[in-house]
Each structure stands twice: as structure tokens, then as C-alpha cells.
Design a protein around this ligand. Structure first.
Ligand code: MEV
Length: 437
């Protein structure tokens, strides 16, 4: 059994790699070299990345690409995406091109409120707790004044604090359920700092509240934390066109639209399909969220919770045909920032936001929702026409060629060959062998 290592974080990067190599990689110098190969020769840049987190050994690259030609509310944008999946950027670009010719994407903000909660236990008279809360609410708001001053200058701050009785879920459990407006910042640090100050003040005030008995004075604060479920920080993106514009792969526009809507109904009705359908949406969303230095875990958690908000996991997007007109839309919660966090620190996130013309958080919400809708359109369009593998494998060809260690000349010939042939791992292998013989 491997002994625990004390003080790993205090070791230098070199020492950490040596320990790792000796302990888990059988002294494999190749692995050590690979880790070091990804160090940036610009020492300052390397240090910046190392300081994002703890125990950094190396940098993990993802492709940073661009999907051009997005027409969003009348503005032409190119969307930066950080993603490894071969076909995502091509699919987004294709959908952008198509919808660019059919009125573009429309996006609107439906809300921008974020939520945080102080979770506490109180096992006493409920009416007294209500009275205490009302007597203390103004003090809570006052206690965070030093924290909210700057945010208020930007038009944000604490919107409301509510006392919520959660004892039907768990004995003694109550909450301060707080809503915030954080403008262009994602707001996690702001919200969490306010919540911790609310909690301290609430607990301290309880100890001197005369109407409470001595046990009622002893409120137990369990934790204070923002919620990544933000159903009131919501954006909607939509495309629409006359059905005849959708004629595709030998299908009439009417047939295409009807089959598309049927595919959406299946995703609405059936959770196994809904998860994969929504994964296709997240292909677009995560890629932009990541490229702009936003928290993709928060976004993922919040969006999937929203997909189950009515008690059953379902599709995030919907489509219909009315009076010969096709509509396709989605509504998703998104807590994003364009200032603070990594957005201004990671050089590529900064560039991504510049590419997007320095959007406000609301504008970024619209762009991200559009990227999700475009991706979803492209995926469902492939699924109901050619099947997903044709396009996917074409884009995956380069990965297969790299796996098979094809030379640049071999790659060129095989890319040309597979323009008119179906790509599969075995077909590529076979063709490469033919070429080599
Ligand atoms: C693959 O990354 C995403 C899809 O599976 C999405 C879908 O099935 O709608 C193609």
C-alpha cells in the first residue's frame, strides 16, 4: 500500500512530478517529459496558470476554435468555443450559416436574479421566529452595506431576504432565502460573502432577542452558500422560418419540420432521449462558457436541474409548426459573468470576450443560449436525415489518422479519399494499409 505523502503542496512542481512518477508511473520518464512538454516557455504565463489552482503539474490544452456567421438579434458575431469534440464547431458553424439566411437567432433575457441561502436549524416557536426575522431584516441588510456598496453603484445588490420554513422537509430546518442582482459579475463571491455576513448577524441578534427562550436563542447556522439553481436568471433563444425553407436531403420542408418536431416530442416525453438531446445543447453551451472563463460546472448543474423542474427530466428545447411556420426555441437558466473570476485573468478568456465585442453578462447569456440552440438544431437535423455518424466520423477522421500515426502526406491523401467514402475506424485502417503497401 502506498504511504500518504505529507505536505505535497509545499513541494516544487519538479518535486511533485518526480514523486508522481516514482509513486504511480513506475518511474516512467516519458510521462514526466509529456507533463513538462506542456509547460509554457513564457515563465510569467506559466506562473499565471499555475496560480489558478493548487498542485499544478502542467497545463491541459483544449482546442480554442471559432464558429463564425452567427446572426443574433441583428448582430453578426463569431463565437469562440473551447471544446475537444470533433464535430461541435463545424455543426455550430453550419447551423449559424443556415439560420443567418433565415432571419437569424432572436434571444431575450427573462430574468437576472440569483439566489443564495443561509441554512439554519431552529427548534422553537415559529411565530417568534417570524417576529424575530421581521425585527432583524433591516439589520441584516445594514450589516452587508460595506460589501454591497460597489455592487449597488453598478445597479446590483441584495434584492430580498425571505424566511422560509422547511420543517416539512427536515425537522427544525429553516432558511434565509436571499435574492441578488449581480449585474456583469457571476457574483459567487459577492453572494457568498453577503450570506456569511447575514448568518453571523442573524445568529448574534438571536442571542439578545428577548422574546426567545434560551434554547430558541441558540440558532444553529449549518451553512451559507449561493444556489447554482437560478430559475429566475433565465434566457430564451429562438429561430423560426416558413416550413418550406427547411427542405433538406430530399425531404420537403413540411416533412422535415414534421419529423423535427416529432424528434423534439420524443425528447420532451422520454428521459433517456432527453438527456442525450440536452447533451447536444450543452455541447454548444459548455464550449462558450469555457472559452469565456465561466464556471461550466455551475452552468451544467443549474441547467439540468431546470430540465427537471416539473418533476421529470425533459428536453430543454421545443419546436412547433403553426400556420406553415416552424419555430424552435429553448429557455435556460444561466449565471454568467463578463467581469471578475477568470474572465479577465485567463488571456484566452479575455480574447474570447473581445471577440464577442465585450458583452455584458446579459448579452453573453443570449450568445451562450444561441450556441446551445444552434448545436441542438445541427444535431437533430443530422439525426433525422443522414444519421449522426456520417458528419461526426468525417470530423473524427483526423483523430483516427493521428491514432494510426499517419504522416502528413498520408493524411492529405486519405482526407481526399474519405470526402466521397464513409468513415469508420476499420475503413481508415484498411485504406492506410493499402496506401502503405
Ligand atoms: C453528441 O455529442 C451529441 C448528440 O448525441 C446530441 C443528440 O443526440 O441530440 C448528437
Amino acid at each position: 500500500m502506498i504511504e500518504p505523502i505529507p505536505g505535497f503542496s509545499k513541494l516544487t512542481k519538479q518535486e511533485k512530478i518526480q514523486w508522481l512518477s516514482k509513486t504511480y508511473l513506475a518511474g516512467n520518464t516519458e510521462a514526466e517529459n509529456i507533463l513538462k512538454q506542456y509547460w509554457n516557455p513564457n515563465a510569467q504565463l506559466q506562473q499565471l496558470h499555475e496560480e489558478f489552482t493548487e498542485n499544478t503539474l502542467s497545463n491541459y490544452y483544449l482546442p480554442f476554435g471559432l464558429a463564425p456567421n452567427f446572426l443574433i438579434n441583428g448582430n453578426r458575431l463569431a463565437i469562440p468555443m473551447a471544446i475537444e469534440e470533433s464535430s461541435v464547431i463545424a455543426a455550430a458553424s453550419k447551423a449559424a450559416k443556415f439560420w443567418g439566411k433565415h432571419g437569424g437567432f432572436k434571444a431575450e433575457i427573462l430574468g437576472t436574479q440569483k439566489i443564495g441561502q443561509v441554512h439554519f436549524m431552529y427548534n422553537g416557536d415559529k411565530e417568534k421566529l417570524e417576529n424575530f426575522f421581521h425585527a432583524t431584516k433591516a439589520k441584516l441588510i445594514k450589516a452587508v452595506a460595506p460589501l454591497t456598496r460597489n455592487m449597488e453603484k453598478r445597479g446590483g445588490g441584495v434584492i430580498n431576504i425571505e424566511l422560509r420554513d422547511k420543517t416539512s422537509l427536515l425537522g427544525s430546518y429553516h432558511q434565509l432565502h436571499c435574492t441578488f442582482e449581480t449585474k456583469d459579475s457571476m457574483g459567487a463571491n459577492f453572494i457568498n460573502s453577503c450570506l456569511e455576513r447575514f448568518a453571523e448577524t442573524f445568529k448574534a441578534e438571536a442571542t439578545t432577542y428577548e422574546a426567545f427562550s434560551s434554547s430558541e436563542k441558540d440558532i444553529e447556522i449549518v451553512m451559507s452558500i449561493l444556489s447554482n439553481y437560478v430559475p429566475d436568471c433565465l434566457v430564451r433563444a429562438e429561430v423560426s422560418c416558413p416550413v418550406e425553407d427547411l427542405a433538406d436531403h430530399g425531404m420537403t420542408g413540411e416533412d422535415f419540420a414534421a419529423k423535427f418536431v416529432r424528434a423534439l416530442r420524443i425528447a420532451e416525453a422520454e428521459p433517456f432521449r432527453a438527456v442525450t438531446h440536452n447533451k447536444g445543447i450543452m455541447n454548444g453551451i459548455d464550449a462558450v462558457v469555457l472559452a469565456t472563463g465561466n464556471d461550466f460546472r455551475a452552468v451544467e448543474a443549474g441547467i439540468h436541474a431546470y430540465a427537471s423542474k416539473d418533476g421529470r427530466y425533459t428536453s430543454l428545447s421545443h419546436a412547433d409548426v403553426r400556420n406553415g411556420h416552424f419555430r424552435f426555441w429553448l429557455e435556460i437558466p444561466l449565471a454568467l459573468g463578463t467581469v471578475g473570476g477568470l474572465t479577465g485573468l485567463h488571456p484566452l478568456s479575455k480574447i474570447a470576450l473581445e471577440i464577442l465585442q465585450k458583452p455584458s453578462a446579459e448579452e453573453l447569456m443570449k450568445i451562450v443560449a444561441v450556441a446551445g440552440l444552434a448545436q441542438n438544431f445541427a444535431a437533430v437535423r443530422s439525426l433525422i436525415t443522414t444519421g449522426i455518424q456520417q458528419g461526426h466520423m468525417k470530423m473524427h477522421l483526423m483523430n483516427i489518422l493521428n491514432q494510426l500515426k499517419a504522416s502528413p502526406e498520408e493524411k492529405e491523401q486519405l482526407v481526399s479519399h474519405f470526402k466521397s467514402h464513409n468513415v469508420s475506424h476499420s475503413a481508415v485502417e484498411e485504406q492506410l494499409e493499402k496506401l502503405r503497401n
